[in-house]
Design a protein around this ligand. Structure first.
Ligand code: ZN
Length: 231
């Protein structure tokens, strides 16, 4: 085996526009997360790739998804916001968008007494998967359900299979925010990379899903202007 030097002629490469700063997402802190508020008491957390959100209420915190890559930083982020606003940091409710481990695999980090809420198919799939990191949701619904927790409204809706058979829309009408996971990915051309989607027609259709309370068409995966959800 002989060693040789490979020459790369970089001058032959074309020029590309630099990646815009806005495409990189917010800067992370030393612990590796960013937390910011979408509107009032609705905040979001990211590790630069995955996202989670939470609502502080008079009945504790409602967490929307618990990605394992954010893990213990979820509670750190909640602590930070709750202490700034003088409200409870206790996570009492956890809403599952769908059963995938990359979005709910940090569920077991939360208290046994937390109430987990999700689609009935999410419960079935989690019972099947029998993963201690993802306790099945005890609370279920079939098509739609409105949660009223600590004076806040959260509308849950299921319009059929798309990314997974159980993927739901989480709509916060009083915060003008809709959360839909794994349907729109920044920088990904739909269909070409369809994100492990099990039902392609449903995946395409989900982008034009009517908003649960407005009856109008919403842009899927809208975080009030922030980066859409990922994988
Ligand atoms: Zn998924």
């Amino acid at each position: 085996m002989s060693s040789s030097t490979t020459q790369v002629h970089t001058e032959a490469l074309p020029d590309y526009a630099p990646v815009p700063r806005s495409a990189l997402g917010p800067a992370l802190n030393e612990q590796g997360y960013y937390v910011g508020c979408v509107e009032r008491n609705l905040c979001w957390i990211t590790d630069g790739t995955y996202q989670s959100a939470f609502l502080t209420t008079s009945d504790g915190v409602v967490l929307l998804d618990a990605p394992p890559t954010i893990g213990n930083n979820i509670q750190r982020a909640v602590d930070e916001i709750a202490s700034d606003n003088g409200v409870s940091n206790r996570v009492n409710y956890l809403v599952y968008s769908h059963h995938h481990a990359d979005h709910v695999g940090a569920s077991s980090l939360f208290d046994k007494d937390v109430t987990r809420i999700g689609h009935e198919e999410t419960r079935r799939l989690l019972l099947r998967d029998d993963d201690p990191a993802r306790p099945p949701n005890e609370e279920t619904f079939q098509d739609t359900r409105t949660l009223e927790i600590g004076g806040e409204r959260i509308n849950l809706a299921w319009y059929g299979a798309n990314h997974t058979p159980d993927n739901i829309i989480i709509h916060l009408p009083d915060h003008d925010t809709l959360m839909l996971i794994d349907i729109v990915n920044p920088g990904w051309a739909p269909v070409y990379i369809s994100n492990l989607t099990e039902d392609i027609p449903g995946y395409i259709e989900a982008r034009q899903t009517p908003s649960p309370t407005r009856g109008s068409t919403s842009s899927a995966a809208t975080w009030a202007g922030s980066a859409p959800a990922t994988t």
